[in-house]
Design a protein around this ligand. Structure first.
Ligand code: ADP
Length: 420
């Protein structure tokens, strides 16, 4: 060991009498807040950086429940529920939890942006242990992120206007009723038009991605019954698949309950899966996944599926396309990430679609992931919290109780049932 106990070792080593002193020095010298909590949630250790960030002196914080000292709030200033609290999550699940989006409310009521990482601690033999929370003040990073998102969103907003004008003029030039052009010029203009459409989509995606990062994505959640909702989307988009010679199926629950996408009137007895989300945003997610399934498949079938349990509504989009290499899967939902192969080099894309999907799904406390086999196909899964019938009833009551429609909170919980 580096720090020994023998007298003859001089300097710093002398002052470190034992391992306790070593850890005290380390804990006192780092900029990250470190808090140890026992299995009952009681604070046992609170280092000086934790004191600086939270404004709580260690001697007062130690012995208190962690939730009365480490008060997490979201970007809207709302307190985390006990289930959202990262320390509670690790105390309960015994797995590490990370959260880089939250803020801590200090003792003097200021909000400090923090990135927190919580790890389980082993208990005594046979006993459940506590957790260690390490957090750091990320005010500077968040400010930089906000500035860069602001720049991207302003730039893409400004650039969309001239691109739309160019696209419009190209479309006019290609319109035989308006302009006369020879075959060669038409070929060039068709290519120019395609590229302009691509550029327009890129700016739109950039704008949406920037908004999703700084919380400006418009969001008007209502109560949605996912079965009817997905069925409607499937019937709207199935022609795109059919144009490419692919089939599109919609499955609810097990494969025996295949709802034919081409027959909107078919009556099927099925469970009702309610979620609380903005239908426009969810439609964006489903169509994005569907467009990818079409884009990255040569032929075969696409399946939109819906299932769930008491807590979760799960929907999925599967294809029988080219699949995704295992090494790319962990990066797929990052901004601008595209699999680099001969196929994606030819197929146009921005690498923003799945990032936007993830941001939207996370907005509703959901999770998105992919299961893929190279050469065989991919399935993208989305889990969203399921609204129980009592949740649904209380949201509806909230609507009834809300009198002034212009209050901002009303947008967040404005319940309205959508059943197609
Ligand atoms: P884009 O399609 O614009 O490139 P996305 O964020 O939607 O961006 O997708 C990121 C990458 O993930 C794509 O470039 C592609 O390589 C891969 N990908 C997405 N969906 C599929 C799919 N269904 N099958 C195979 N690869 C996919």
């Amino acid at each position: 060991m580096f720090f020994g106990k023998k007298k003859k070792q001089g300097g710093l080593a002398d002052s470190l009498k034992n391992e306790q002193a070593t850890s005290d020095i380390i804990l006192a010298s780092i900029d990250d807040g470190v808090v140890l909590v026992d299995a009952r949630g009681i604070i046992k250790l609170f280092n000086p950086a934790a004191e600086n960030i939270t404004g709580w002196p260690a001697k007062e914080a130690i012995g208190l429940d962690h939730q009365s000292v480490l008060k997490f709030i979201n970007e809207k200033g709302e307190s985390y529920t006990p289930a959202q609290n990262p320390l509670n999550k690790t105390l309960q699940n015994r797995t590490a939890t990370r959260d880089s989006q939250g803020n801590l409310r200090t003792r003097s009521d200021l909000a400090v942006p923090v990135a927190v990482s919580v790890s389980p601690l082993g208990g005594e033999a046979g006993q459940v242990g506590g957790v260690a929370a390490v957090f750091r003040d990320v005010s500077a990073e968040r400010k930089e992120e906000a500035q860069s998102a602001e720049f991207i969103s302003t730039a893409s907003h400004e650039m969309r206007t001239p691109v739309a004008a160019i696209e419009g003029y190209l479309a006019l030039a290609l319109n035989e009723k308006v302009a006369t052009i020879d075959a060669k010029a038409r070929e060039y203009l068709v290519n120019a038009h395609l590229s302009t459409v691509h550029l327009g989509n890129l700016f739109q995606d950039l704008l949406t991605a920037a908004k999703s990062e700084d919380g400006r994505l418009s969001n008007h959640p209502v109560i949605i019954e996912m079965g009817g909702f997905l069925q409607q989307i499937v019937s709207d988009i199935k022609f795109t698949a059919e144009k490419k010679g692919m089939t599109l199926d919609f499955l609810i629950g097990g494969s025996d309950k295949n709802v034919n996408a081409s027959d909107g009137n078919q009556k099927v007895i099925r469970p009702l899966f309610y979620v609380h989300a903005d239908p426009e945003r969810l439609r964006e997610v489903v169509t994005n996944l569907f467009d990818n399934a079409v884009k990255y498949s040569e032929k075969g079938r696409i399946t939109v599926g819906l299932t769930g349990n008491d807590d979760v509504v799960q929907f999925r989009v599967s294809d029988t396309g080219q699949g995704i290499p295992a090494e790319d899967v962990p990066h797929l939902f990052q901004k601008f990430y595209r699999v680099d192969n001969s196929a994606t080099r030819v197929i146009g894309g921005t690498g923003l679609g799945l990032f936007i999907c993830r941001k939207i799904v996370e907005l509703y406390s959901g999770r998105i992931w992919v299961d893929s086999k190279l050469g065989q196909g991919s399935t993208f899964f989305i889990n969203l919290p399921r609204l129980s019938l009592s949740d649904k009833a209380s949201l509806e009551q909230q609507l009834a109780a809300t009198i002034n429609p212009s209050t901002p909170t009303q947008n967040v919980t404005q319940p309205k049932v959508m059943i197609q």
